[in-house]
Design a protein around this ligand. Sequence first.
Ligand code: AMP
Ligand code: GLY
Length: 428
Amino acid sequence: MNILLIGSGGREHAFAMQLSKSTHCSKLFIMPGNAGTASCGINVPMDPLNFALVGEFCIDNEISLLVVGPEDPLVKGMRNHFEADAELKKIAFVGPDETGAQMEGSKDWSKAFMAKYQIPTAAYQTFNSSNLQEGIAYIQNHSLPIVLKADGLAAGKGVLICEDRKEAEAELNKMILENKFGSAGSKVVIEAFLKGIELSVFILTDGTNYQILPSAKDYKRIGEGEKGLNTGGMGAISPVPFADEAFIEKVKNKIIEPTIHGLKQEGIHYVGFIFIGLMNVAGEPWVIEYNCRMGDPETEVVLPRIKTDLVTLMMATARGKLNEIQLEVDSKVATTIMLVSGGYPEGYEKNKIMTGLDQVKGSTLYHAGTKLGSDNELLSNGGRVMAVTSLADTLQEALAMSNQNAALVQFENKYYRRDIGFEFLEKA
Ligand code: AMP
Ligand code: GLY
């Protein structure tokens, strides 16, 4: 069958590699893709948010399966566009509709959902310009630190953790009165700080059945020792050492089952991935956030551990047959280290020539921000440039391999964290 994959990051290169390897895949198109995905299929330089054109492309190219990588097309209703058309609705579509994507698209909506279905999450209230004074009073009576979250999508920057009340008050004013995050911040969720260790659990659901995918831990800060500015993610490991069977069982009973049940109760036919950002607070899982997609770079450690044919898995999801799947997961440990452009997540330069990829042995390189230049040379094309993923019997071996190979890929001002996963080695 012909497949269309939407997106252009490391996550999509990981998807593209695995989809293209399936015997069920005839042609794979990636829209818009990057230099890495070009070696798995055909890149299509079109804007995925132009749903009418995407629809025409699907008809013209006899697409049978569409997999959406990033959240934006989902939050903006790509699935709804396909469902509203007699021909397009026949395409197997992996990704929730606009209502389901609110899990990520509106923090207020997802907090209310969790409260309604008694899913453990930090206590909260939502404020906007009509009750701003109540918001200020709420801050004054709140314990520290205080977490402020822009309601809408804010490119991963909409969460502020304030150590004092004056700062929180000033930030609330900036979000609501001065549009600090544009319309995304016109509503603000104020919530309690959860102290613990973060991890992510991913599920794939067809609306009724679900499969729990391997857990992962992402390293979000730019600096070693989790210091400095937040990024899209600087590296990841899977599985998470403390997320043992007993912990995952708690996640299943307290979070996954009530989430699937809640979505059904709300009349939402959710088809796709749910990324559950969790805090392990003294052995108990609490939800920090939901995302309506896979994580990046978490995908670069989760997918390589899934042995089940990815096209079969995606088709079973779209067709309501996930109960027929026996998910096969590699017991090996996966690690990834993200190579980024110097200066990221603030200003950085693109178009740096990349070399040394042919020196890499034993790791898989997932392109994130790359493109081919006019002479077919490989160029950097983003803040996050390339993920170096390794699979091994132990975390130590996988990390050693990722670190060794991360050093071999060269481009001017390359930066990467050398401490991904190391807190678990010290304890081992
Ligand atoms: P998000 O954009 O929702 O992923 O939040 C960004 C980061 O802020 C999360 O990965 C956490 O590290 C942190 N965070 C968000 N909410 C809380 C909370 N209630 N308590 C502690 N940390 C939080
Ligand atoms: N790595 C975090 C995310 O994809 O949201």
